[in-house]
Design a protein around this ligand. Structure first.
Ligand code: DBV
Length: 250
């Protein structure tokens, strides 16, 4: 069992329990991809598996799970709501590299600086965030340009011990996901044309940023090549623009 498998199992089970969960198509060739990397004794297989679901209020729920040995484990898990809901994105980037663990967990806001939005979607999760601060303190260095995409309850931490990931990070992940699904339960569709336009703009802003700045681009390109990586990013991980422009899956 690799480090982030219990996170993935927990998430899928909880989603199945709480939502009317349906599959979301994964483009052919991207469900599972493997490569052998390194040389000699340091050779390792790196396996990337993808998961996709949807639910009535949620356009795409997707995960990428990278398993490449003890010091290469990644679970990137994002929920993209439908464009007629002002719901935040659920975003988890759980990364283990030779340099250590790097954890990003948040309900990523559509409208970071709108006080009413913060009241609705950040205030209820601040107590959860605060409860984990002693064990999971701020992780330091963080790209300034990414700041608008995170809420004040952004859990950003670099635990030293793997046990902290297995215990504290896993508990925080469960609490954030449960709280997110509470928001989903309560969400009412937006109908006002102006509000709908703003939601779409905010979703596209987020999506373009993430597709352009995907911190995994270098890693995937090394393992699987440029063509596979770009198609994975734009055709699956961050696919909203493709879906809006009506380009067929290929
Ligand atoms: N990150 C992704 C996807 C990944 C992934 C789809 C499937 O968005 C993995 C894989 N994240 C990943 C890897 C690294 C990071 C780092 C492999 C390490 C990169 C490296 O060191 O080589 C949050 N993830 C990071 C970093 C941040 C995040 C801030 C450090 C990057 C840096 O120091 O420049 N999650 C990430 C992020 C947003 C988010 C930037 C922006 C909205 O939601």
């Amino acid at each position: 069992m690799t480090l982030y498998q219990p996170f993935l199992d927990y998430a899928i089970a909880l989603l199945q329990e709480r939502l009317d969960l349906q599959p979301y198509p994964i483009p052919v060739g991207f469900e599972s991809k493997s490569a052998v990397v390194g040389k000699g004794k340091h050779q390792d297989q790196v396996l990337t598996t993808s998961y996709g679901y949807q639910a009535p209020k949620l356009r795409q729920i997707r995960a990428a799970h990278v398993q490449g040995g003890n010091v290469l484990q990644v679970l990137n898990f994002v929920i993209f709501p439908h464009l007629n809901y002002d719901l935040p994105f659920f975003g988890a980037d759980l990364v283990t590299l030779p340099g250590g663990h790097l954890i990003a967990l948040d309900m990523q806001p559509l409208f970071r600086d709108d006080p009413a939005y913060q009241e609705k979607y950040t205030k209820p999760i601040l107590p959860i965030f605060q409860a984990y601060q002693p064990q999971l303190p701020w992780g330091g260095d963080f790209p300034e340009e990414a700041r608008p995409f995170f809420s004040p309850a952004f859990l950003w931490t670099r635990p030293q011990a793997t046990e902290a990931v297995e215990n504290d990070v896993f508990a925080a992940f469960q609490d954030y996901l449960q709280a997110y699904l509470d928001f989903v339960d309560q969400a009412e569709p937006a109908t006002d044309a102006q509000a709908l336009r703003e939601i779409e703009e905010a979703q596209l802003r987020y999506l373009r940023y993430r597709a352009e700045k995907d911190p995994a681009r270098g890693m995937f390109t090394r393992f699987y090549g440029t063509e596979w990586t770009e198609e994975y990013i734009h055709g699956f991980l961050f696919d909203l623009e493709r879906k809006l422009s009506g380009v067929a899956d290929h």
